[in-house]
Every structure is written in structure tokens, then in C-alpha cells.
Design a protein around this ligand. Structure first.
Ligand code: HPA
Length: 243
């Protein structure tokens, strides 16, 4: 039976009624929230609300190191992340759920690594493919079993937030090769790799990115799109195959 870490983002701050809520302290600090344990379809899930269950921690203030260290502490063998993102490429309209395969980092000032002092092991992780192929394959198989259509692949540009981008920033991200734009995939994915935990993500497109639609982006529209798409995301996790 697999023990799976599930990091929920905007639109997925709660999972349901847990069998256990565990407060985990790490040497990096406190994770965003208590870890919530669920037994589901033969798997143990440890759910962590990235922005806390009351959705008050902004992307640049999330303690990504504490979050990954806490999931390592409870012994997860995989981490699946859910990220709300804006769509840049034509295939990434609002409501699309993607399994991204690449990342570009536009963040600054975040604690990026566990290799952060001479007391730590200095690691130069291999990160050409930032998402674990086996964990990605599990998500794709789960979606197929659930009858949910996913976009296989996509490059996420990770911006600092919490503001949304300017239209010119989105034009630049498009020139750089980004299909999607979000605020939280890094340093999360890199820290999971440093901790040697296979990591993959579902990127849920909540809106077309800045300047791509005639009308401005509103939080109300984002929330409505996410509420609809998260139903499909939950179904995917109901159909995760055995490892
Ligand atoms: N930009 C960055 N992050 C996001 C967006 C966006 O348009 N939508 C949801 N998360």
C-alpha cells in the first residue's frame, strides 16, 4: 500500500474528513498546516494545504522546505501536487487540467534548497526533467481510469506573485516557451527531488493568462473555474494505480 503526499493549492485547501491530523515539526520550521491522513482505495494519503486551510499563506511566504521535510518525515513515497495556473498556450484554456513536464523559474528570494549551509550535504540534483516520469505516468493512468481528459505535458513558468502578471510579462513567458504560468511549482519540485521523493503535479488552468482575453481576470471567475475542475482532480486521485 502506497503512502502518498498530496499538496493542495488554490481551490483545494481541504480534502475531506481525515482519520488523523498530525502536527509535524521539522528542523526547517513548521509546514503550512497539519498533515491530514486519509485511507482511500488502498492508499494512505497525507494531505497538506500549501496555503494553509484558511488560505492565508501567499505563494512567496510558503515554507516549501518545511512542507517537503514534513511529508518526508511521515514517510511518503511519492508527492502529487495540485497547482492553479494561468493558461498561455492555445491548448490550455480555462478548465483544462494538465500534467506539466517542464518548469522555468522566475521567482526570487525564496529558500530554494536544503543545501543551505556547510552543515548540510551539498547536492547538485539532476533536474533536466523536473517532474518524475513514473509519478507522471501514475497521474495519466489514473485520469484514464477515471475517464478524465488531461493535457499530457506543458512548461510552467513560475512567477513570484502574489499579483498576477502584466500582459508584457506573459508575452515574454510565451517567447520563453511557457505554456502555463503559476506561482508555486518552484522551489517545491526541486526540494522534493533533493529529498529523493518522486514528484508530479496536476496544473489546473483557472484562467487565460494576463492580456490573452479581452476582459480582465477576476477572482470570481477563477474560483468558479477551479470549483468545477477540482471535482475532476478528486476523481483522478480516486483512481490512482498501485505503484
Ligand atoms: N498567473 C499566475 N498564477 C496563476 C494564474 C495566473 O494567471 N492563475 C492561477 N494561478
Amino acid at each position: 500500500m502506497a503512502v502518498i503526499g498530496l499538496i493542495g493549492g488554490t481551490g483545494l485547501d481541504h480534502w475531506g474528513e481525515p482519520t488523523e491530523a498530525r502536527v509535524v515539526a521539522t528542523r526547517w520550521g513548521a509546514p503550512s498546516d497539519a498533515l491530514m491522513r486519509y485511507e482511500q482505495d488502498g492508499h494512505t494519503f497525507w494531505f497538506l494545504a500549501r496555503h494553509r486551510r484558511d488560505h492565508t499563506i501567499p505563494p512567496h511566504r510558503v515554507d516549501y522546505r518545511a512542507n517537503i521535510a514534513a511529508l518526508a518525515e511521515v514517510g511518503v513515497s511519492r508527492i502529487f501536487a495540485v497547482n492553479a495556473v494561468g493558461g498561455i498556450g492555445e491548448a490550455f484554456d480555462a478548465g483544462v487540467v494538465a500534467v506539466p513536464d517542464q518548469l522555468i523559474d522566475y521567482t526570487w528570494g525564496r529558500a530554494q534548497t536544503f543545501s543551505d549551509s556547510d552543515r548540510e550535504r551539498l547536492q547538485h540534483i539532476e533536474f533536466a526533467d523536473p517532474f518524475d516520469p513514473g509519478a507522471r505516468a501514475m497521474l495519466l493512468a489514473a485520469a484514464q481510469a477515471a475517464g478524465v481528459v488531461l493535457q499530457d505535458g506543458g512548461c510552467v513558468g513560475v512567477t513570484q506573485g502574489p499579483r498576477l502578471e502584466t500582459a508584457a510579462e506573459i508575452r515574454r513567458l510565451r517567447r520563453d516557451g511557457c505554456d502555463l504560468v503559476g506561482m508555486t511549482s518552484l522551489p517545491e519540485a526541486a526540494l522534493a527531488r533533493e529529498a529523493d521523493i518522486p514528484y508530479a503535479a496536476l496544473a489546473v488552468v483557472s484562467n487565460r493568462a494576463a492580456g490573452l482575453d479581452a476582459t480582465p481576470i477576476t477572482m470570481a471567475a477563477i474560483e468558479a473555474t477551479l470549483a468545477d475542475a477540482m471535482g475532476r482532480v478528486r476523481t483522478i486521485f480516486d483512481h490512482l494505480p498501485d505503484e
